[in-house]
Design a protein around this ligand. Structure first.
Ligand SMILES: *Cc1c(COP(=O)(O)O)cnc(C)c1O
Length: 402
């Protein structure tokens, strides 16, 4: 059966009420029919819900659907994407371990690695997404008296530079060195890329983004190898980053339209990227499925479409960005992404503002960089609006210079 059919048809709840849409189990706890049953549930000789911090029917359904979409053995849902990232690291790494990570990371992942894990003696090395196999290997292998990396953590495509990491290449290194390959698959979604099929051990999502897709709820999930999910489940059960039943119910319903939405998101993004790529007033357009993208071949190999983020560079610094944002009439200004509404962000002054100049330089964060999270609006409207704003803002800058 195709993924899309499964995402729509799978309902794991068996309430016995013959409901067409799965009901919402807004309950913190579950009752025991007898002292014996309570004992059996805690001993795990009987399967069932005890307390919604451990499990809940809505959360279970969401997890099972994502496992099915990612071809994963098991998974655990969390209240936010960051809780999933943190749980995967905190549960699987210990003092003295080394983490190798891709340099282009979501800001909070960078903070976890540099400010929190470091307190517990977990060290790290950053590698550029586009580094060669030899460069990745140099960071992974034992060196300077430390052991081989215990985990490699990365995002592909990255935010906002849309750099790709070759997952098959890392799977080759994993076969040699035996680390845990942990991939934040948020930008690609399980519809465009399934890292577990390419050799990853864990795949993580901020469900807040495309899985919800309509800016309503926060959520996160990590899926993958059952023997790795088990310690993450233990960690989550006792530290409590659980996903709320309501959010799980919303997310589970949203998965029914994920495939459909991603198809439109990607088509819109490609068409907008093509339109802006040919425009004289746009300095540069980055989109994985544009032939001008430096990793176009890799994108085609590991993704089924280019995703919904287009990053552009405009000349004229922050003045140009201000004029451009003022001239746009359709998009929302927000730091969020992955929404049915098109959103524009200037990473240099918002999401990546706190980085040091050399960190910005390494990630290609320039003053005129703009991240476009392309929504589901009619593409003709988006192209017309972006084109007029590009031209109008170019005029404003020219007038100011004159
Ligand atoms: C948003 C995001 C996160 C964090 O998810 P939250 O749900 O906001 O906690 C992690 N990784 C990527 C790539 C993201 O875009």
């Amino acid at each position: 059966m195709e993924k899309q059919t499964k995402a729509i048809r799978i309902q794991t709840d068996k309430s016995g009420n013959r409901e067409h849409s799965v009901p919402l189990y807004l309950t913190s706890s579950f009752t025991f029919e007898s002292a014996e049953q309570g004992k059996a549930l805690f001993e795990e000789t009987e399967e069932g819900n005890i307390y919604s911090r451990f499990s809940n029917p809505n959360v279970t359904e969401f997890v099972e659907k994502v496992c099915m979409l990612e071809n994963a053995e098991d998974g655990i849902a969390t209240g936010t994407g960051m809780a999933a990232v943190f749980a995967s690291m905190a549960a699987l790494l210990k003092s003295g371990d080394h983490l190798v990570a891709c340099r282009a990371l979501f800001g909070s992942a960078h903070q976890i690695i540099t400010q929190i894990l470091s307190k517990w003696g977990i060290t790290h090395t950053y590698v550029d997404a586009t580094a060669t196999e030899a460069e990745w290997e140099a960071a992974i292998q034992p060196n300077n008296g430390r052991q081989v990396a215990r985990m490699v953590y990365l995002e592909t495509p990255s935010n906002p530079g849309l750099e790709l990491v070759d997952l098959e290449m890392l799977a080759r290194l994993k076969a040699k060195y035996g680390f845990i390959l942990n991939v934040d698959n948020c930008f690609a979604t399980p519809i465009l890329q399934t890292p577990l099929d390419l050799g990853a051990d864990l795949s993580i999502h901020s469900a807040t983004k495309y899985m919800d897709g309509q800016g309503r709820v926060l959520g996160g999930i990590v899926v993958g190898r059952a023997d790795l999910i088990q310690p993450i489940r233990f960690f989550a059960r006792h530290t409590g980053p659980s996903l709320s039943p309501f959010n799980a119910w919303v997310l589970s319903k949203s998965l029914e339209t994920l495939d459909l939405r991603m198809e439109r998101h990607c088509r819109n993004a490609l068409q907008l990227a093509e339109a802006l790529d040919g425009h004289a007033d746009v300095e540069r357009v980055l989109y994985p499925f544009l032939p001008s993208h430096p990793q176009f071949e890799l994108a085609k190999k590991q993704m089924s479409a280019g995703g919904a983020i287009v990053t552009i560079e405009l000349e004229g610094g922050f003045e140009r960005v201000k004029a451009f944002f003022d001239a746009l009439t359709i998009p929302t200004l927000s730091s969020n992404l992955g929404d049915s509404r098109t959103i524009v962000t200037n990473p240099n002054t918002t999401t990546h503002a706190k980085l040091k100049p050399e960190e910005k330089a390494a990630l290609g964060i320039t003053p005129g960089l703009i991240r476009i999270s392309v929504g589901l609006e009619a593409i003709s409207d988006l192209i017309a609006d972006f084109t007029q704003a590009v031209e109008k803002s170019a005029e404003v800058i020219k007038v100011n210079v004159d």
